[in-house]
Design a protein around this ligand. Structure first.
Ligand code: ZN
Ligand code: ZN
Length: 663
């Protein structure tokens, strides 16, 4: 009896009894059959949506299966190829098996534990008889390539529990035995074998090792890992690898990795003497003089723009009574991330957020509808406890400066205020060189406070703004905060990485819990709408993003040292000093390098310090009251000193951006 299955586009397909997923692919077309690596199958009545798509809709569970999987009448079938993320994930999983097989060929006494896929790759945990290092990677990769070239067929087998146990006991693989022992009951256990290698595995897998392809994988690093993540267990060696559908995609990924390594802001921070971290304050960055120059360049700009945009600035204390944090809800929802202390025997907390402090200022006097909207910004230093394991340079720290603002307005003013913030935000990002901004609107979650009407009004306001401004955005239904809907801003850097920096959040909760109001035209007291807003997010983290985006070659208006003056010989020191004076008088950050090193060496050092302009001054320059200019590594000739100063001052005033190189 033939069987009938349904394809993703809804069309029916008739297949002979006992047909496999591969047969279905063949029936659709030879090209698809050749590209197929697995299939997504769902029982009749539901939808097999695993070949991409958002999976939204009926929520049916389709499962990935091998191409050798026998189809049932009524199945819905989607063929998976390497052009889908699911397909590449299967390839990565195959790579982990090939890695384990290679390791066992090289060191037969090795015990293998688990080998899952991860973002961009895979790993496998091993217990080696003798420790190995990454010096062995080329050797392991070579054996892996051999296994791929052997094009071993991959077999799935379903074994009774006892038989599976026996298999791995015979192989003297205690970790696999332990995993099976922990599986409940009498269920059958699936194993996958390729050549002499067998692994406990749910699958699916590629039909043969050859399908992994040539030059598609690379081992990347080695780390210690405890069996089952428990430090009381054996310490294993984890080998990480990366793999892609083809060698071009792998090469592009490796290039991006190398670029990210070169541009690591921790490395730039050290090389350019911007900031450091110390044992005495784990997760607390220390900013050096040059780091503070960059910091202040960011802040000066920020202040100027906020003033133009009609903001006032606040400053509120670091430490406030615990009772305030209990009232604001932070004690209930955020206690784990807060630091506490005592003053005169009373409990206090270090602020993790600026809002409650700002609200105390709001309450310090009567507010009238005439005062609204009020836009109050605060560069507030906040402390939040992070686990030591997640600390990462300036990206994950335990104190940071939030470029916070709170806007208090009437419900009628909300739309205009959000419009202004949206435009302001995009303008600020563009000035820093980020014009690729992704925007998300998150709406009411199931567990939320506030009335239906409040939510509908606020969500409508946010949506109207985005639509009226012609802004593309992604809707995240149910992803808002419990206290109100929000718009999030993600900027994309030159390496294609996305960073959530800005947020606009409407808050129904805090005006209630801290009881703030204004007197309306009707002489009655009303609750204002409160909007929390951050643009750069954390100034520290944003500095890290800037440093990596520009690879340290910051726009001149941000560069800690904008101009470095190099006298050719001692006798030019006086003139070099005049040049520095002229630059400083124009508000530029200029320095003198009069070390007794050769000019060539000092030029190289200046370039390593990523100084935008290097000026060489010798006899000819002094005679002509001129400077010989090297602009970002390029010799641009000799210009009169006044002309140079005026030109760079203009570049800084206009906040011109350099070309962003990908290398
Ligand atoms: Zn597996
Ligand atoms: Zn806030």
């Amino acid at each position: 009896m033939p069987l009938h299955v349904t394809l993703p586009d809804g069309s029916p397909l008739e297949l002979p009894d006992g047909a496999t997923a591969l047969d279905a692919a063949k029936a659709i077309g030879p090209r698809l059959a050749k590209a197929a690596v697995a299939a997504a199958v769902a029982d009749g009545g539901s939808r097999a949506g695993a070949s991409g798509g958002d999976g939204a809709g009926d929520g049916s569970a389709s499962r990935l299966v091998d191409l050798s999987h026998e189809l049932q009448d009524g199945d819905r079938v989607a063929i998976v190829t390497l052009s889908s993320p699911e397909g590449v994930d299967i390839l990565r999983h195959d790579c982990s098996h090939v890695l384990a097989q290679a390791v066992l060929r090289l060191w037969p006494d090795t015990k293998y534990a688990i080998g899952p896929t991860i973002e961009n790759g895979f790993y496998y945990d091993f217990l080696f008889a003798e420790p190995i290092s990454d010096a062995e990677f080329p050797l392991i990769e070579e054996v892996m390539a051999t296994i791929v070239a052997e094009n071993l067929e991959v077999h799935r087998e379903e074994l009774p529990r006892d038989e599976a146990l026996e298999t791995f006991r015979d192989l003297e693989q205690p970790f696999k035995v332990e995993l099976i022992e922990d599986l409940p009951g009498e269920q059958t256990i699936s194993t996958y074998s390729q050549g002499e290698f067998v692994d406990l595995c749910r699958g699916p897998h590629l039909p043969s090792t050859g399908r992994v392809g040539k030059g598609t994988f690379k081992l990347t690093s080695l780390a210690g890992a405890y069996w089952r993540g428990d430090e009381h267990n054996a310490q294993l060696t984890r080998i990480y690898g990366t793999a892609f559908a083809d060698k071009e995609a792998l090469a592009a990924h490796l290039e991006a990795l190398e670029m990210a390594r070169q541009r690591d802001h921790r490395r730039i921070g050290r090389d350019l003497d911007l900031f450091s971290f110390h044992e005495e304050g784990p997760g607390f960055p220390f900013f050096h003089p040059k780091g503070m120059r960059l910091w202040n360049a960011i802040i000066d700009y920020w202040r100027e723009e906020h003033q133009k945009a009609g903001y006032e600035e606040l400053r509120t204390p670091q430490i406030l009574r615990r009772e305030l944090w209990e009232r604001s809800g932070h004690w209930d929802h955020y206690r784990e991330n807060m630091y506490f202390t005592e003053i005169d025997g009373a409990p206090f907390a270090v602020k993790p957020m600026n809002c409650p402090g700002g609200l105390l200022i709001y309450k310090s006097r009567r507010r009238s509808y005439r005062d609204l909207p009020m836009r109050w910004a605060e560069l507030g230093q906040v402390h939040r406890h992070e686990m030591s394991g997640v600390l990462h340079g300036l990206f994950r720290v335990r104190y940071f400066t939030q470029d916070d603002a709170h806007i208090f307005c009437t419900p009628e003013q909300l739309e205009d205020e959000v419009t202004a913030v949206l435009r302001f935000m995009l303008h600020i990002y563009a000035d820093f060189g980020f014009s690729d901004v992704r925007i998300e609107l998150s709406t009411r979650p199931p567990d939320s406070i506030g009335t239906d009407e409040m939510w509908a009004n606020a969500e409508d306001a946010l949506r109207h703004v985005l639509e009226r401004e012609g802004t593309e955005y992604q809707l995240n239904p149910g992803d808002g905060a419990f206290y109100g809907p929000k718009i999030d801003f993600h900027i994309r850097d030159v390496m294609g990485r996305s960073w959530q920096c800005g947020t606009i959040q409407v808050d129904f909760a805090m005006p209630e819990t801290l009881d703030i109001s204004y007197t309306g035209a009707d002489n009655e007291e009303h609750r204002p709408v409160m909007v929390h807003r951050a643009m750069l997010g954390s100034i520290e983290r944003f500095m890290g993003i800037l440093l990596e985006h520009y690879g340290g070659n910051l726009p001149t208006w941000l560069a800690p040292v904008q101009v470095l003056v190099l006298p050719v010989a001692d006798r030019h020191a006086g003139y070099a000093d005049d040049v520095v004076q002229a630059l400083s008088a124009a508000g530029l950050r200029a320095e003198l390098d009069d070390r007794s090193e050769s000019v060539g060496k000092r030029i190289r050092d200046g370039q390593l310090q990523k100084v935008p302009y290097l000026l060489v001054v010798g006899d000819r320059e002094e005679a002509a009251r001129a400077v010989s200019v090297r602009a970002r590594g390029e010799e641009t000739g000799s210009v009169p000193i006044e002309e140079f100063v005026a030109e760079v001052a203009r570049e800084v005033a206009e906040r011109r951006l350099p070309e962003v190189s990908q290398a």
